[in-house]
Design a binder for this molecule. Structure first.
Ligand SMILES: [Zn+2]
Length: 65
């Protein structure tokens, strides 16, 4: 029987007999939807994180390769 890992909990999902595929269960399906919607509403900027950037010298380390 064909099995695929659940994207949420990595449990093998029997593909043909699972109505909630690709999720192993209704619970994982809901959890995935919840993660998506909560990420959409997350428009938050971490306060006080910009001070760090000016104090460091910009080194061209990203030029490697
Ligand atoms: Zn699962």
């Amino acid at each position: 029987m064909l099995e695929r890992p659940c994207p949420i909990c990595r449990k093998p999902v029997p593909w043909e007999t699972t109505p909630t595929r690709p999720f192993c269960s209704e619970r994982c399906k809901t959890r995935d939807l919840g993660a998506w919607s909560s990420e959409n509403y997350r428009v938050e900027v971490a306060p006080g994180s910009e001070e760090d950037e000016d104090t460091h010298d910009a080194s061209p380390s990203s030029e490697a390769f």
